[in-house]
Ligand binder design. Structure first.
Ligand SMILES: [Zn+2]
Ligand SMILES: [Zn+2]
Length: 167
């Protein structure tokens, strides 16, 4: 994912770059293509890049163990300076460009932000019902007799107490 910035005039440019996850050495769970939509603001002293990244992934749900495909997004901002040192800004990566440089390779940023886009907890959906702890059935697909028992087990002591107090 290379931008040959010498091809661009000063000003704002928008473009999309697409590359196969495989070609970026993004292994599982990444599949298909990685897209980045970038806005580049070029001036005589710097390049400001603001990119939206989107990746397709194939994951296994932590709760029901089903495989599913999903899309995740992330965003990154980079600043490239033409031959002058500056204090790095928070949350923005600032790079110094060599005087002879004519392009930027975003591959490493894309890999880093693709990995950061993955959630800690992987769920096929927010309200995934998971597997029955007793019989192992996927409760998204079917209900089973045992789920009710679990619920009443939890409430049984309270119910007994309530019965006692009501006597
Ligand atoms: Zn699930
Ligand atoms: Zn069950």
């Amino acid at each position: 994912m290379i931008i040959k910035f010498t091809n661009y005039s000063d000003g704002i440019h928008e473009f999309e770059l697409v590359k196969k996850a495989k070609d970026l050495h993004l292994e599982e769970p990444f599949i298909n293509d990685v897209h980045i939509n970038c806005k580049m603001d070029k001036s005589h002293s710097q390049l400001v890049l603001s990119c939206d990244l989107s990746v397709d992934v194939k994951l296994t749900c932590d709760r029901c163990a089903d495989d599913f495909e999903s899309k995740f997004e992330n965003h990154f901002d980079n600043i490239y300076l033409f031959g002058r040192e500056e204090e790095p800004l928070e949350d923005i990566d600032v790079y110094q460009l060599a005087p002879e440089a004519d392009k930027i390779d975003l591959s490493e940023d894309v890999k880093e932000y693709a990995n950061l886009a993955l959630p800690m907890k992987i769920l096929c959906s927010e309200d995934c019902l998971g597997l029955c702890p007793k019989c192992g059935k996927n409760l998204n697909e079917q209900t089973c007799g045992c789920s009710k028992d679990n619920v009443s087990n939890v409430w049984e002591p309270l119910q007994k107490l309530k019965d006692k107090l009501n006597k």
